[in-house]
Design a protein around this ligand. Structure first.
Ligand SMILES: Cc1ncc(COP(=O)(O)O)c(C=O)c1O
Length: 375
């Protein structure tokens, strides 16, 4: 479709009225195989569902349009999408990655790809000098995640991108928390964008998915595409349909998540029984100015360190009534999680930290809930 504003893209990109039936809402195509013409050709472009299917194409077109990229490849989870990017590299290649990335990304790099032959240097990406010092002649990939899960640290995407570009390395930004509504990594220098569509894009806690979006077609993305088809970690047609449906309301949900989160974060920041609040929308966040430069709002994820120990944090979570105690984020309902418990041994997450996914309830109900739980 012709260039449009993001709200319009969220509704229309990749969507077509069905020419056979006139159906406005797309059908779900569970077929795994597609008919050839008598001459043996596939004029409709579909052969076998692992390679492509109509629901996946609609989702991929939409994701590419939202990020302002050329193409996207959808996967069964963001972890599968991350694996595809890493498999597109070669044993012996060097990766520079954030020390505080999503713990599943760190685990993949350490436990799966280190034995496979990828060397990774983990650095604090908020320290540009440390990232510069980590670069080597063999560096092929620089990975950033901003805001980073679960401390919501902010990486200066432009500054790290300059290092990647000077080294001739591919530059990936995990844009899961900001979403394309709040942050446009391609405009800040990224080559690839990663999404856990499980979170805000799906938006309703009912579908697992991931995606790689590329700014321009090239060798690396071609390899990601090849891994998608040959590895087969692809989302089902129904999964693609659900994510595409969730995206229709994404711009409006992200505004509400961000507004609610700012209110809850401000309340917690002023509370006597709170030690620290981590939210890039607060002026007290160490990289608030960087966040303001590269994000249009600050998303719905807040972490709070209560005064006290692990037991006190778990007790506060137990007393909350509107928040549900569960992992993951990005749905309509607010979630609370004692993050160190799920990350397990070796976690760097403070034991008194609760991670909050701020949902679409009335913010005053969320604030009242914390008021009573902290009392
Ligand atoms: C920032 C980030 N990236 C990637 C992932 C992995 O997503 P998935 O569970 O779909 O593999 C997560 C999951 O929480 C995440 O928070």
């Amino acid at each position: 479709m012709s260039p449009a504003r993001i709200e319009t893209l969220a509704v229309h990109a990749g969507m077509r009225v069905d020419s056979g039936t006139g159906a406005v809402t797309p059908a779900i195509h569970p077929s795994t195989t597609f008919e050839r013409d008598p001459d043996g050709s596939y004029p409709r472009g579909f052969v076998y569902a692992r390679n492509a299917n109509p629901n996946r194409v609609a989702l991929e077109e939409c994701l590419a349009a939202l990020e302002g990229g050329e193409e996207a490849a959808a996967f069964a989870s963001a972890s599968a999408a991350t694996s595809a990017i890493l498999l597109a590299l070669k044993p012996g290649d060097h990766v520079v990655a954030p020390i505080d990335a999503y713990h599943g990304t760190l685990r993949l790099l350490r436990e799966t790809f280190a034995p496979w032959g990828l060397e990774t240097t983990f650095v604090d990406m908020t320290d540009v000098a440390a990232a510069r010092a980590a670069m080597r002649a063999s560096t092929r990939l620089v990975w950033v995640e901003t805001p980073s899960n679960p401390m919501w640290k902010i990486t200066d995407v432009v500054a790290i991108g300059e290092l990647a570009s000077r080294a001739g390395a591919h530059y990936v930004c995990d844009n899961t928390t900001a979403t394309p509504i709040l942050q446009s990594p391609f405009k800040l220098g990224a080559d690839l964008v990663l999404h856990a569509t499980t979170k805000y894009l799906g938006g309703h806690g009912d579908v697992l998915g991931g995606a790689v979006v590329t700014r321009t077609r090239g060798e690396l993305f071609d390899r990601v595409r090849a891994v998608q088809a040959s590895g087969g970690a692809v989302p089902s047609p129904f999964d693609c349909w659900l994510v595409r449906r969730g995206i229709r309301t994404l711009p409006y949900r992200m505004r509400a998540h961000s507004e609610n989160a700012l209110k809850v974060a401000a309340f917690l920041h002023g509370h006597a029984r709170v030690e620290a609040v981590h939210y890039p929308g607060l002026a007290t966040h160490p990289a608030h100015e960087v966040a303001r430069r590269q994000m249009s709002a600050f998303s719905g994820m807040v972490s709070v360190q209560v005064r006290g120990d692990r037991a006190r944090a778990i007790d506060v979570a137990a007393k909350l009534r509107v928040f549900t105690r569960a992992t993951s984020f990005g749905g309509t309902e607010s979630l609370v999680e004692h993050r160190a418990s799920i990350e397990g041994a070796g976690t760097r997450t403070p034991e008194n930290l609760l991670r909050l996914s701020i949902g679409l309830e009335h913010p005053d109900d969320l604030i009242d809930d914390f008021e009573q739980a902290l009392a």
